[in-house]
Ligand binder design. Structure first.
Ligand SMILES: C[S@@+](CC[C@H](N)C(=O)[O-])C[C@H]1O[C@@H](n2cnc3c(N)ncnc32)[C@H](O)[C@@H]1O
Length: 314
């Protein structure tokens, strides 16, 4: 079975009466806008997500016209409430941003915001004017309880389109001395996000991650303060390094003294067990940040920060 739901803005700029026949496997219109009433949206969003490779777009009703102008024909679905951010978290084409810093950084690095909600538009505008006057941010005001049900503490919640970024092979072949950070099977999304944040700060070429965590998970985005938008971040099925030298960072390695090789893939291990034997075998060098006797290792993101700044500040 398939179904479709279509609606078009009327000439007065509002929304025409929606004709909606959503069946069990709705197909998004190929070049149109699919609008679903909130009561049907939850099921339909999930089904659309599975049925289509196209991005599902979720915006609040009030932003309909702005969003329509922005995303135009790429738009598959519109919905209406912050609750939809919960579903957007499961959509690979969408990114959920929680909190002002995440939204600010994402916008600064070119994010296309599809929706933003706050419970206090005046306070958010004060914050924006004080901390990020370079950024334009419009958020729909919603009830504080409605927002808190989705994000308990964030002042602003937003849904952005996942950016198109250089794929891992393009990233690995990129010229220029900037290193690539490789995180082997990290277990903590906050840590992973903090690594992305420092990689962005140190102008690394990108971050590659192996293992089970999705590096674009909202908790990782919170950890990176939205800086996933500043550089390519990808999950790899298996370690690959292209023609770059592979440097393993390992507390049991040789003391990091001289310069790191240009264009290196800098590999960091999992929080408890460190780098795998396989990666250590493949590495061209195995280096350690010196530590005081008795300290067995640094936190993953701290080690990434120390090594990256060593690599980029000459
Ligand atoms: C929390 S540590 C893992 C500790 C693990 N028991 C080990 O021995 O590797 C996570 C990762 O941070 C990096 N790291 C931590 N301290 C380091 C140091 N002093 N020198 C080099 N890398 C370090 C390594 O890549 C390590 O795999």
């Amino acid at each position: 079975m398939d179904g479709r739901a279509d609606s078009t803005p009327n000439s007065g700029g509002g929304i025409k009466r929606t004709q909606c026949t959503v069946e069990r496997s709705p197909r998004p219109t190929r070049h149109g806008v699919t609008i679903l009433p909130p009561s049907r949206a939850p099921t339909a969003i999930l089904t659309l997500g599975r049925a289509s490779r196209r991005t599902t777009v979720i915006v609040p009703y009030l932003l309909y016209r702005t969003a329509r102008a922005k995303v135009g024909r790429d738009c598959d679905i519109f919905s209406v409430t912050p609750q939809d951010a919960l579903r957007a978290r499961r959509e690979p084409g969408l990114v959920v941003l929680e909190g002002f810093h995440a939204v600010k950084h994402a916008l600064r690095f070119g994010a296309e915001l599809l929706a933003a909600w706050t419970s206090d538009a005046a306070a958010l505008e004060d914050l924006r004017a004080r901390l990020a006057p370079d950024v334009a941010l419009e958020a729909t005001e919603v009830d504080a309880n409605e927002l808190a049900a989705v994000v308990p503490r964030a002042q602003v919640l937003a849904v952005a389109r996942r950016p198109r970024q250089a794929d891992p092979d393009t990233l690995l072949t990129a010229p220029g001395p900037a290193p690539v950070v490789l995180l082997e099977d990290p277990r903590h999304l906050g840590n992973l996000g903090a690594c992305v944040r420092v990689a962005a700060g140190a102008a690394a070429a990108g971050v590659l991650v192996t293992g089970g965590l999705d590096p674009w998970h909202p908790d990782a985005l919170r950890g990176s303060a939205g800086l996933h938008f500043a550089l390519p971040v990808h999950r790899l099925r298996a370690v690959r390094t292209g023609d770059r030298p592979l440097v393993a960072l390992d507390p049991a390695g040789e003391r990091l003294g001289g310069a790191l090789p240009a264009r290196a893939v800098l590999a960091f291990g999992t929080e408890r067990d460190g780098l795998s034997a396989d990666l250590l075998r493949r590495a061209d060098a195995r280096l350690a940040l010196p530590m005081r006797a008795g300290v067995s290792s640094l936190n993953l993101a701290t080690a990434v920060a120390a090594v990256l700044y060593r690599a980029v500040v000459r």
